[in-house]
Ligand binder design. Structure first.
Ligand SMILES: [Zn+2]
Length: 246
């Protein structure tokens, strides 16, 4: 068992407050989805969204986001949106799905769950789109780090080499494909279309990439390695991706 979700969220809030973030509760409040936002200096700055904890049995995402919000030198060069714990009822018992047993990261087309509905409604009420998305996961079968890249931005630039270079200093990259039926474009790198593997089972990243032109990176920490290495690999991925943004 992990700590209760409210205890984690309290720890997160302490650092987010200090870093100038504002807490928002996505409705319905019973869904327990909290987001922290930090405004940009200029109105046309990119909107960067970091999400974690959508699978309750992958605790390293929330932990990496907690360390990220504690350490990062945030600037107004971007509008920041953090959702560190998207599956609050699965976190303490360590279940992949929520307390109804539903995998939230396959529910973004149907939105049958309060959690996914709350998050999507929150985004749809906002005046601005998402430009850059990072989703933090763990793959229990993997002995190397890998990522999924989805790009509907049309910008033709990729952050994957920066991310994977940074990760490779702390953890091995996945070298043996295919992974879940996806070939590796390079060690640790899967390029994915904005089409869900299961037609009705949309992940968060697919919903975002089909709603706005954006770049999305889903990180998969290697579950076969120690917890501290997994957390550090996710943090290194964020540092690699965002280090150039000042
Ligand atoms: Zn996951």
């Amino acid at each position: 068992m992990r700590e209760p979700a409210p205890v984690y969220l309290q720890r997160f809030a302490r650092f987010a407050d200090l870093q100038g973030f504002t807490r928002e509760t996505a409705l319905p409040a019973e869904a327990g989805i909290e987001l922290w936002t930090r405004p940009p200096a200029e109105e046309d700055a990119p909107v960067i969204f970091l999400s974690g904890g959508i699978h309750g049995d992958e605790p390293c995402g929330p932990e990496a986001l907690l360390r990220f919000v504690a350490e990062w030198k945030f600037s107004g060069a971007a509008e920041w949106i953090l959702a560190p714990l998207l599956n609050p009822t699965g976190f303490e018992p360590g279940t992949r799905g929520n307390d109804a047993g539903i995998d939230l990261n396959r529910d973004f087309l149907r939105r049958a769950c309060g959690e996914t509905k709350a998050l999507v409604d929150w985004w749809q009420r906002r005046p601005r789109p998402c430009h850059l998305h990072f989703s933090l996961h763990e793959d229990w079968e993997a002995d190397g780090f890998y990522l999924y890249e989805i790009d509907t931005s049309g910008r033709g630039e990729t952050l994957s080499p920066l991310i994977l270079d940074s990760v490779s200093a702390v953890a091995p990259l996945q070298r043996n494909g295919p992974v879940d039926g996806h070939a590796l474009a390079a060690p640790g790198m899967i390029v994915h279309d904005a089409v869900a593997d299961e037609p009705e089972g949309w992940p968060e990243a697919i919903w975002l990439a089909r709603t706005w032109p954006l770049q999305s990176y889903t990180f998969e920490a290697p579950g076969q390695l120690p917890e501290e290495t997994r957390v550090e690999s996710l943090l290194a991925a964020l540092r690699g991706a965002l280090g150039g943004l000042r």
